[in-house]
Design a protein around this ligand. Structure first.
Ligand SMILES: [Zn+2]
Length: 115
C-alpha cells in the first residue's frame, strides 16, 4: 500500500467510512479524501483538514469551503422544495377546477331540463 492510499484508508477508518457532508456510508472505492479548506495554505495538508467524502459530495463541493458548500446545498434544497410545493398547489388547483366544472355541468343540466 502506498503512503497515499495508507493515509486514505486511515482517514476513512477514522470517519467510519461515512461521508463528512451527507453522512451516508460507502465502500472504500466510492470514497474520496477531501481537503475541507482547500485554499488555506497553512492547514491544507494537515490530517484535521482531511475528511472522508463521497464522490458526489466531493465533486459538487469542488474547491469551496464547507460553509460555502453547505450554504449552496441548502439553497438548492430550498429551491427544489419550493418548486415541489408549487407543483403540488398547481395539482390541487387543477383537481378543484375539474370538480367545479363537473358540478357546473350538473347544475346546467338540471336547470335546462324541462319542467
Ligand atoms: Zn456525500
Amino acid at each position: 500500500m502506498s503512503v497515499k492510499s495508507k493515509l486514505k484508508m486511515k482517514i476513512h477508518k477514522r470517519d467510519g467510512f461515512r461521508c463528512h457532508y451527507c453522512g451516508k456510508k460507502f465502500i472504500y472505492s466510492e470514497l474520496h479524501v477531501d481537503h475541507m479548506y482547500p485554499r488555506s495554505k497553512d492547514r491544507r495538508d494537515k490530517i484535521e483538514n482531511l475528511v472522508t467524502a463521497c464522490i458526489k459530495c466531493n465533486t459538487t463541493k469542488s474547491d469551496s469551503t464547507p460553509e460555502e458548500f453547505l450554504l449552496r446545498s441548502y439553497r438548492k434544497h430550498k429551491e427544489l422544495q419550493e418548486k415541489r410545493d408549487k407543483s403540488r398547489t398547481q395539482l390541487q388547483y387543477d383537481k378543484l377546477s375539474i370538480q367545479i366544472e363537473y358540478f357546473r355541468n350538473i347544475i346546467e343540466n338540471l336547470s335546462s331540463e324541462p319542467e
